[in-house]
Ligand binder design. Structure first.
Ligand code: ATP
Ligand code: MG
Ligand code: FE
Length: 331
């Protein structure tokens, strides 16, 4: 089966083509317009999706050498995300499905992040655990099949990506700061310590860390106004280390409690080099089989929507033309 998938939940306009479970093209247009505002502006995201969606879909089809008429189903991100952004992708997908008389498949964005681990040669066996760390979510998901997933832990406040981005803002780095913290951290050492959250069970909290970093920087800059410039690499390494420790600790707890040793990561923060190293090291220590998506399938992309849609297609799970997207989503 050939599936054309569209992702438009936030600030990436993306289209991908999947043939029999293999991703043959994955085009991603990242919207630069938000950088000057220090965060995603929903109205501007919708407008940029409108401008990008046709060329992005055309490029995805072309890169896959795929004629639109040969597509067997059209998939789109239904939820969660920015409603105006989701409406652009869903409206486009529905129009195509109607015009081509092909079935429509609605995909849950967070489930798709998890299933990005099923793209490529090396795939986890079921059941597996996935630590999904993105801009809006931080979850530990138990995945029993491509169609059956349960959230067993999640953040009570900020997401891990938010923790990276908000810390970066405090340090004075531009948005989105996560990748920049990653870059500078590689030249530094985690010599500064911040408050650790005390949360029971498998849930996460990052708001205390953010406050701790704020107070630390205020105090240090009072004593030495040049502190951030002089110590940038060590500060970034310390922030990154703290976030990773919080994540890995809960992942270890989840693995122990479930007895599952197939362990994956997903979402934008899974592109972080420190987290990838920590996952590998922890995996070796506890004899886990660890998996991480290739970089292009970590942050938002239509490839992951296409792979999620492929399993729904095999199971005959189609969406009606009058289904509407929603900002929030249930599992
Ligand atoms: P959600 O999926 O929860 O709706 P989102 O789709 O906006 O949110 P993603 O695109 O998956 O989130 O990830 C974006 C986040 O990933 C941002 O917070 C960004 O800073 C972070 N990120 C990307 N690369 C890195 C990196 N190398 N190190 C740390 N954080 C990173
Ligand atoms: Mg994004
Ligand atoms: Fe996402």
């Amino acid at each position: 089966a050939t599936i054309l998938a569209i992702e438009s939940s936030c600030d990436e306009t993306s289209a991908a083509v999947c043939r029999n479970g293999e991703i043959v093209s994955n085009i991603i247009a990242t919207q630069a317009v938000h950088q000057q505002y220090g965060g995603v502006v929903p109205e501007l995201a919708s407008r940029a999706h409108m401008q990008n969606i046709l060329p992005v879909v055309q490029q995805a089809l072309q890169a896959a050498q795929c004629e639109l008429q040969t597509v067997d189903a059209i998939a789109y991100t239904q939820a969660p995300g920015l409603i105006g952004a989701l409406l652009v992708g869903s409206g486009f997908a529905k129009s195509l499905a109607l015009a081509l008389d092909k079935p429509l498949i609605a995909v849950h964005h967070m489930q798709a992040h998890v299933l990005a681990n099923l793209i490529g040669e090396r795939r986890p066996a079921f059941p597996f655990l996935c630590l999904t760390v993105s801009g809006g979510h931080t979850q530990i998901v138990r995945c029993d099949s491509p169609l059956q997933m349960t959230v067993i832990g999640e953040t009570l406040d900020d997401a891990a990506g938010e923790a990276f981005d908000k810390s970066a803002k405090l340090i004075g780095l531009p948005y989105p700061g996560g990748p920049l913290i990653d870059k500078y951290a590689q030249q530094g050492k985690p010599i500064y310590k911040f408050a650790e959250p005390q949360i029971q069970g498998l849930d996460f909290s990052f708001s205390g860390l953010k406050t701790s970093i704020l107070y630390f920087l205020q105090k240090a800059q009072k004593e030495n106004p040049e502190f951030v410039q002089q110590e940038l690499a060590n500060i970034c390494a310390s922030v990154q280390h703290s976030i990773i420790q919080i994540l890995i600790k809960k992942l270890m707890k989840a693995a122990k409690e479930t007895g599952i040793k197939e362990i994956c990561v997903a979402g934008g923060v899974s592109a972080n080099s420190g987290l990838r190293k920590a996952l590998q090291a922890t995996g070796e220590r506890f004899h886990w089989n660890t998996y991480m998506p290739a970089f292009e399938y970590c942050t938002d992309n239509a490839g992951m929507i296409a792979i999620a849609a492929y399993y729904k297609y095999l199971d005959g799970q189609f969406s009606s033309l009058d289904a509407s997207p929603s900002a929030r989503a249930s599992w």
